[in-house]
Ligand binder design. Structure first.
Ligand code: 3H9
Length: 697
């Protein structure tokens, strides 16, 4: 008979064994109710003289996925997780933790407070706290070094990487791996704890071997690679204290944990965590996604090959078509290279790569080979006439019910859909380069796209391990529309006196992995040049136009692939291109501009204000469902610094009125470009924030 100690925890006894069962679906987050329930169950079982050993396991798909993140930033109610850990560790009966599924962060800390650990094969464990801007705050930084050593704890805690049962066993984090149902394993393990075949001991009683070399190594590495992040450095500080008395170490860990909780980075990183999940809620989600068993890709350039690689890596067969055999050969080589990269990153075995290339990838010049595909993704160059021709042809070739998607990055999906007899089955699936690596897909919903086709786009993204965001139709959808607006500011700043390297550096210091000019070089400046030429005829004649990039391109300096662009690329680190500086000087002189100095703060303020302004217009136009969708687009598609949560979260930290003040100040220089979005005015008047809009307010 089982006794509930809280809504989510119960215990029962069988043959002298006490079983504590955790049932806080979906992933057993250590909520207040769960914590309370565990402490009460331990107390009741300890009071029962017939109980000789205790085992604790989860009745959901996880043991414990960690502290309940939604409680962060709110007042914490007792018992806190460190108290739960102490209750288990100080229990007078041997306690075995049965670790299965996600056993992360606070979940792992609970497990290492038990006296022995048995894991099921599908275990996913580690200390992911740094990815949320905190550190293991329930004794992980103190018990970890006692159990697996200082170096291994530093590795897990500062990287946040997740490991499986085999690695956990090798590391000494668990005592053994056992297969079976968690309850059966719990009973068997507790019996072994009683008869001594499973050794039990308190982690706190184990000695710590000092390792100043590892501590120094990690401190140096983090100072170099993550100087702007807060919590990884605090992990090192807390782990360093593990060689001293346990209680003192725990006290320091608790203090540092709260320093992290109070840091804006924690708020940004947790917003990013929930953003990834929030975007999976969309109006058409009730529709049944169609089965996708095979995918066609038209076009084997960088994008098409990247998409094919992503689909193949997800285990789906791909038929890729190109115009001629040479192009097919290049596509095969690109896909082969992409998959080799996956082997290198440990995501694929060499054998599996060979099987994929020989059995799952078909390349052909004959588009009729797409007749059986459930979904075809077009990834040819951006020309409406070409897309029309392809969609008309595909419509005739593809079987009824097949979905036809375009990977266009800005063209009108409604216009593309008009070329086919099946407008309900046409959708935009906008991948980001490199498509087998970048996690974002914009699912672009045209006027007549059917709900189940939208749901299929989301389901496919999930299968590919990507983050889908629903976008409406406009030039550039969510991401590229906003990008094409704020990218101009980088050019204006350079014309007015900043250098490309100063702008890049300021944005790197803000947290981006690369600045806008380095990104242009990486993407290839010829692509944006071609787009500018195409749009020249329709450009607003009053718009300020900067010709520096055109002049660089006229010289053939297209960026990295040409060996030079804004920077010169050789064997060492890229260096600023002095010939570009000369072009900038000439263009300033031609425009009669006397260059002035900009501080890095001024650069960031203009760049970010421009980004937020266009984002507010995208939201008001209904192109993005909620502010959090824009945040997700930038986090997963544009390298926005995760610890800042996304542009809309950034905007909330500045405030609508302060943003308006900035825009009005910048408008004194260029009133055509700097205009206050009406949504920001409304927000300033009503006090409503983007966070309120995410909650439906
Ligand atoms: C910590 O432990 C601090 C301690 O050291 C110190 C404390 C003092 N809390 O991802 P899914 C929700 S820090 C609250 O879609 P999956 C999630 O939002 C924590 N909610 O499923 C979603 O809700 P909804 C360290 C959580 O199977 C639902 O569960 N732990 C939490 O793809 C399903 O999630 C971590 O960092 C949570 N901890 O992946 C682990 N976790 O359905 C974070 C999940 O309403 N979690 N939810 O959208 C994960 O990595 C993944 O969620 C997991 C499952 C692998 C567990």
């Amino acid at each position: 008979m089982s006794t509930q100690t809280s809504d989510t925890v119960s215990y029962e006894t069988e043959d002298g064994i006490g079983l504590i069962v955790l049932n806080n679906a979906p992933v057993n987050a250590a909520s207040h109710d769960l914590r309370r329930g565990i402490c009460a169950a331990v107390a009741s079982l300890e009071a029962d003289e017939t109980v000789r050993a205790i085992a604790i396991y989860g009745a959901t798909r996880a043991f414990i996925a960690g502290a309940d993140i939604s409680e962060f930033g709110k007042p914490i109610k007792s018992p806190i997780l460190p108290e739960v850990c102490l209750a288990l560790e100080n229990c007078t009966r041997p306690v075995v933790a049965v670790m299965h599924g996600a056993t992360l962060g606070g979940g792992l800390e609970v497990a290492i407070s038990a006296h022995a650990r048995v894991a099921l094969p599908g275990l996913l464990t580690g200390f992911p706290e740094v990815t949320l801007g905190v550190l293991p705050g329930s004794g992980g930084t103190q018990r970890g070094p006692r159990l697996i050593g200082i170096a291994a704890t530093l590795d897990l805690a500062t990287t946040g990487r997740r490991i499986g049962a085999d690695e956990a066993l090798k590391m000494g984090l668990i005592d053994r791996i056992a297969d079976g149902e968690p309850r059966d394993v719990a009973l068997a393990s507790a019996r072994e704890a009683i008869d001594g075949t499973l050794a039990t001991r308190r982690t706190v009683d184990l000695p710590v071997t000092p390792d100043p070399a590892a501590l120094g190594r990690y401190a140096d590495k983090l100072a170099e690679t993550q100087p702007h992040l807060f919590s990884p450095h605090k992990c090192v500080e807390a782990i360093a204290a593990s060689t001293g008395p346990f209680d003192q170490g725990m006290e320091l860990e608790r203090k540092l944990f709260f320093d992290c909780i109070d840091s804006p980075q924690r708020a940004g990183l947790i917003h990013a965590f929930f953003a990834e999940r929030a975007v999976s809620k969309f109006p058409e989600q009730g529709a049944q996604a169609r089965d996708i068993g095979s995918v066609g890709v038209i076009g084997g350039g960088t994008m098409g090959s990247g998409i094919a690689s992503a689909v193949l890596l997800a285990g789906l067969p791909v038929t890729l078509t190109e115009r001629d055999d040479d192009a097919l050969e290049r596509a095969r080589a690109t896909i082969g290279g992409n998959l080799a990269g996956a082997v290198k990153r440990g995501k694929l075995s060499e054998d599996k790569r060979a099987v994929i290339l020989s059995q799952m990838l078909t390349t052909t010049t004959d588009q009729s080979a797409l007749s059986d595909a459930d979904l075809v993704i077009e990834a040819v160059f951006e020309d409406m006439a070409v897309k029309h021709e392809i969609f008309t042809r595909l419509d005739g070739i593809c079987k009824p019910g097949a979905i036809l998607a375009s990977n266009t990055s800005y063209l009108d999906i409604n216009e593309i859909a008009a070329a086919a007899q099946r407008p309900a089955e046409i959708v935009g699936l906008h991948f980001f380069s490199p498509a087998h690596v970048m996690r974002l897909i914009e699912v672009v919903v045209a006027d007549r796209t059917a709900p189940d086709v939208v749901a299929t786009g989301f389901a496919l993204a999930k299968r590919l391990g990507k983050v889908a965001v629903r976008a409406g139709v406009c030039d550039g959808f969510i991401g590229n529309r906003i990008l094409s607006h704020y990218r101009k500011v980088a050019d204006y700043l350079v014309m007015d006196g900043a250098s490309p390297r100063q702008v890049d550096r300021a944005m790197i210091d803000f947290g981006f992995a690369m600045g806008p000019f380095a990104v242009s070089d990486l993407a290839g400046m010829d692509i944006a040049w071609a787009a500018r030429k195409r749009k020249a005829a329709t450009r607003d004649p009053d718009e300020r136009y900067v010709a520096v990039a055109d002049r660089i391109c006229e010289n053939g300096w297209f960026g990295r692939k040409a060996g030079q662009g804004y920077y010169i690329y050789g064997d060492g680190a890229p260096v600023p291109n002095p010939k570009v500086d000369a072009i900038i000087a000439e263009e300033r002189a031609r425009a009669g501009i006397r260059p002035r100095d900009f501080t890095d703060t001024e650069i960031v303020d203009r760049y970010m204000t421009a980004m937020v302004s266009e984002a507010a217009r995208v939201l008001a136009d209904g192109i993005a469902l909620r502010p959090v969708d824009i945040d997700a687009v930038f986090l997963f598609g544009y390298g926005f610094p995760r610890h800042r949560g996304g542009p809309m979260m950034y905007a909330d930290t500045i405030g609508a009125q302060a943003l308006i003040d900035r825009i009005e100040c910048f408008a004194a220089e260029d009133a055509q470009y700097w205009q206050v979005p009406p949504l920001l005015r409304q927000m300033a008047e009503t006090g409503r924030s983007f966070a309120d809009m995410n909650k439906g307010g």
